[in-house]
Write a protein that binds this ligand. Structure first.
Ligand code: HEC
Ligand code: HEC
Ligand code: HEC
Ligand code: HEC
Ligand code: HEC
Length: 207
C-alpha cells in the first residue's frame, strides 16, 4: 500500500466534496429500500428459504416453501475475498438441466445458457468506487475467545447467517432489496459499537 498516494487521494476527495457541497449525501439514506427488477424472476425465498411441505390434491407431499440451498453454494467467495460474487449460470444448470423445465423463468434462464450469454443481473448493492469494502475481513473477524465478532443470532435470539447483519433476511425475499442505509454513517455506527471496535480511521475505508 502506498500510504502517501492514498492520503493524497483522500484529500482530493474531501476537497472535491467540499466544493460541491455534497457531504450531506454521505449521511443521507439514498439506498435503503432499492429493489431493482431482475432479468429472471429468481427468488431467494424459493431457492434459499425454509421448506414448507404440503399435501396436494393427489395426496402427494410437495414443497411449496424454499429449497434451503446455503448462501455459499452460490456466493462462493465472501469468506475468502473482497467480493461475495454472483453465481455463474453453470451453477444454476447443475440442477436446472432437468428441474423446473415446465417453468417460464427457468426456460428463459436456459435460453441465456444455450446462447452462451451471462444473465445480466442488476446490481442491488453498489458502493462508490472510493470506498474500500472487504467481505472476508468482516466475516472472519473473531473475538479473543474465537467466536465471530458479527452476531450470529438475531434480535429475537434466533440463529442467523452472518450475512443477515448487513443484508437482512434474504432467504425470505422474492426480490432482493437493500435493507440498511449503506452510507458512511451506517458503517461507522457499527465500527464504533463497544463489542465491535473496528477502525474508524478515514484510511481504513478510503485508501
Ligand atoms: C441458488 C443460488 C443462490 C443462493 C442459494 C443464494 N443466492 Fe443470493 N443471489 C443469487 C443470484 C442469482 C443473485 C442475483 C439476482 C438477485 O439479485 O436476485 C443473488 C443476489 C444476492 C444479493 C444481492 C447482490 C447485489 O447485487 O448486491 C445478496 C445480498 C444475496 N444474494 C445474498 C444471499 C444470501 C444472504 C443468501 C443465503 C441466505 C443467498 N444470497 C443465497 C443466487 C443465490
Ligand atoms: C440445488 C438445485 C438448484 C440450484 C443450484 C438452482 N435451483 Fe432453481 N430451482 C430448484 C428447484 C428444485 C426448483 C423448483 C422447481 C419446480 O417447482 O418445478 C427451482 C425453481 C426455480 C425457478 C422457478 C421458480 C418458480 O416457482 O417459478 C427459477 C426461476 C429458478 N429456480 C432459478 C434458478 C437460478 C437463476 C439459479 C442459479 C442462480 C438456480 N435456480 C439454481 C433447484 C435449484
Ligand atoms: C458488514 C456488512 C456485510 C456483511 C456481513 C455481508 N455483506 Fe454482502 N455486501 C456488503 C456491502 C457493503 C456490499 C457492497 C459492496 C460494493 O458495492 O463494493 C455487499 C455486496 C454483496 C453482494 C454483491 C456482490 C459484491 O460482492 O459486491 C453479494 C452477492 C453479497 N454482498 C452477499 C453476501 C453474503 C452471501 C454474505 C454472507 C456470507 C454477505 N454478503 C455478508 C456488506 C456486507
Ligand atoms: C455490522 C457491523 C459492521 C458494519 C455495518 C460494517 N462493518 Fe466494517 N468491520 C466490522 C468488523 C467486525 C470488522 C473487523 C474488525 C476486526 O478485525 O476486529 C470490520 C472491519 C472493516 C475494515 C477493515 C478491513 C481490513 O482490511 O482490516 C474495513 C475496510 C471495513 N470494515 C469497511 C466497512 C465499510 C466500508 C462499511 C460500510 C459500507 C462497513 N465496514 C460496515 C463490522 C462492520
Ligand atoms: C467504516 C468505513 C468508513 C470510514 C472509516 C470513513 N468513511 Fe467516508 N465514506 C464511507 C462510505 C460507505 C461512504 C459513502 C459512499 C457512497 O456513497 O457510496 C463514504 C463517503 C465519504 C465521502 C464522500 C461524501 C459524498 O458526498 O459522497 C467523503 C468526503 C468521506 N467519506 C470522507 C471521510 C473522512 C474524512 C473520513 C475520516 C474522518 C472517513 N470518510 C471515514 C465509509 C467510511
Amino acid at each position: 500500500m502506498n500510504g502517501r498516494r492514498s492520503s493524497a487521494r483522500l484529500i482530493t476527495l474531501v476537497i472535491a466534496v467540499a466544493l460541491t457541497g455534497a457531504l450531506g449525501y454521505a449521511f443521507s439514506n439514498v439506498r435503503q429500500g432499492y429493489e431493482p427488477r431482475q432479468p429472471i424472476a429468481f427468488s431467494h425465498k424459493r431457492m434459499a428459504g425454509v421448506p414448507v411441505m404440503q399435501t396436494n390434491d393427489r395426496g402427494e407431499q410437495v414443497n411449496v416453501g424454499g429449497f434451503g440451498i446455503p448462501c455459499l453454494y452460490c456466493h462462493t467467495m465472501p469468506y475468502k475475498g473482497r467480493h461475495a460474487t454472483l453465481p455463474s449460470t453453470a451453477v444454476c444448470m447443475n440442477c436446472h438441466t432437468n428441474v423446473g423445465l415446465n417453468r417460464e423463468w427457468v426456460l428463459k434462464m436456459k435460453a441465456f445458457w444455450d446462447r452462451g450469454e451471462p444473465i445480466p443481473w442488476v446490481k442491488v448493492h453498489d458502493l462508490a468506487d472510493f470506498v474500500y469494502f472487504d467481505h472476508s475481513a468482516h466475516l472472519n473477524a473473531k473475538n479473543a475467545d474465537g467466536t465471530s465478532k458479527l452476531p450470529l443470532v438475531d434480535a429475537a435470539g434466533q440463529p442467523m447467517v452472518a450475512c443477515q447483519n448487513c443484508h437482512g433476511k434474504v432467504q425470505e425475499m422474492d426480490i432482493v432489496s437493500v435493507q440498511q442505509p449503506f452510507n458512511m454513517q451506517w458503517c461507522l455506527d457499527c465500527h464504533r459499537k463497544p463489542e465491535i471496535r473496528a477502525s474508524t480511521d478515514c484510511i481504513t475505508c478510503h485508501r
